[in-house]
Design a protein around this ligand. Structure first.
Ligand SMILES: Cc1cc2nc3c(=O)[nH]c(=O)nc-3n(C[C@H](O)[C@H](O)[C@H](O)COP(=O)(O)OP(=O)(O)OC[C@H]3O[C@@H](n4cnc5c(N)ncnc54)[C@H](O)[C@@H]3O)c2cc1C
Length: 357
């Protein structure tokens, strides 16, 4: 998200290289919808070549960053050292559920994976969702809208779902889902090992710490992401906090660096890790990069949206809740449809990349 948007803004004026392990850009908000409506991938997933026509794309992963440059491992097994005058780290989060963020693959494989996911959900009688954050809740909302009456269970280790936003929003989502038969098990931890891909369509049973046994046909792990920053461990571990997030200055430079920026989910900025906050970060990074490129000191400052609990959580394509402090929870189905649920923000991000809505 941050990398693609920044590359789009800068590639008209600079020689921009994007390193990414996939050949596509995907609007992450659309993922819960793509699981039930895979056809929407035609809009929500865009080849990088189309999204960023002026940037050069190197398909691979940054595996080690050192003072000499970045070691990039290509999909074809190649290794190369890459250098730049200005570097931006925006490697986001990794999730136990590879259906949320595969670590590699082509656009075709990604689209096929959503069709497969849909078939297994359509065939499943009992669906178990692990994680009651926004992703797990939105996935449950899509499932109950598409297959009313389907047995869906959400397991959440904390005391309530949607812990990152206001209590009233969580209460609304709880009411909506339980009215549609979703079983919410809060304060429950799974003791059984999770499937390696964070997803399985092999029927099974899990056991919780309190001794509950839950059977399922499909299990989807929607547990929160961890920052993708392993490539900093060898040479820059002192720039990482205890959670593995990159310490950044108010200018969004990596602490102690003059030409290396970090944006998005990997930063230690004290704010919800959301695309919504990335827009402000992009303005700051873009201004500071342009300043450095023209020989000036970077001076734009980013103020983290600490304690900002603003969040829009969909419950299918027609419902949801927006938690908008200080007002509280907005449940108007018209508002949530227009704000997010109808399109899952796909046209908004397509437009930001200069593509037709
Ligand atoms: C299902 C889902 C729904 C969401 N809904 C919302 C929402 O409604 N509203 C909202 O504001 N936010 C939402 N978010 C959060 C939002 O998507 C993230 O905060 C945002 O995408 C983070 O942007 P980013 O650029 O930091 O990382 P990402 O968008 O995760 O991008 C990171 C990129 O880096 C690549 N990468 C990873 N490691 C390497 C490496 N070593 N080398 C090279 N490339 C690498 C990845 O493949 C990926 O393409 C949602 C997230 C998910 C998963």
């Amino acid at each position: 998200m941050a990398g693609a948007m920044l590359a789009s803004r800068l590639s008209g004026d600079f020689d921009v290289t994007v390193i990414a392990p996939t050949d596509y850009f995907e609007v992450p908000m659309a993922i819960p919808r793509l699981m039930v409506q895979p056809r929407y991938a035609e809009k929500a997933i865009v080849p990088i070549a189309e999204a960023l026509p002026k940037a050069r794309h190197v398909r691979g992963r940054l595996v080690e960053l050192s003072p000499a440059g970045g070691q990039v491992a290509g999909d074809d097994g190649s290794q190369r050292m890459m250098t730049a005058e200005i570097t931006v780290l925006a490697t986001g989060s990794r999730f136990p559920g590879s259906f949320i963020r595969p670590s590699s693959g082509s656009i075709k494989q990604r689209k096929v994976s959503f069709y497969r996911l849909r078939s297994s959900l359509a065939a499943a009688r009992r669906i178990l969702i692990v994680g009651g954050g926004p992703v797990g809740v939105e996935v449950a909302g899509e499932i109950v809208e598409t297959w009313p009456g389907r047995s869906v269970t959400i397991i959440q280790s904390g005391p309530r779902i949607l812990a990152g936003t206001g209590q009233s929003a969580a209460a609304h989502a709880t009411e909506f889902l339980t009215e549609r038969g979703v079983r919410l098990l809060t304060g429950e931890r799974i003791e059984t090992p999770l499937p390696p891909d964070g997803y399985t369509a092999e029927p099974g049973e899990i056991r919780t710490a309190s001794g509950k046994h839950i059977t399922y046909d499909v299990m989807l792990c929607c547990i929160g992401g961890r920052p993708n920053t392993e490539y900093l461990r060898t040479h820059f571990s002192d720039r990482l906090d205890t959670e593995g997030r990159v310490r950044v200055t108010p200018e969004l430079l990596v602490a102690g660096e003059k030409t290396v920026f970090a944006l998005g989910d990997i930063t230690d900025l004290k704010e919800n890790k959301m695309a919504m906050h990335i827009a402000g970060q992009l303005d700051v990074a873009e201004a500071n990069i342009r300043a450095i490129a023209s020989g000036r000191a970077p001076s734009r400052i980013y103020k983290a949206k600490t304690a900002n609990l603003l969040m829009a959580v969909t419950l299918g394509s027609r419902a949801g809740v927006i938690f908008a402090p200080p007002v509280g929870s907005l449940r108007s189905s018209w508002l949530i449809r227009k704000a997010k649920a109808e399109t899952m923000l796909v046209p908004k991000y397509r437009k930001q990349l200069g593509l037709s809505a």
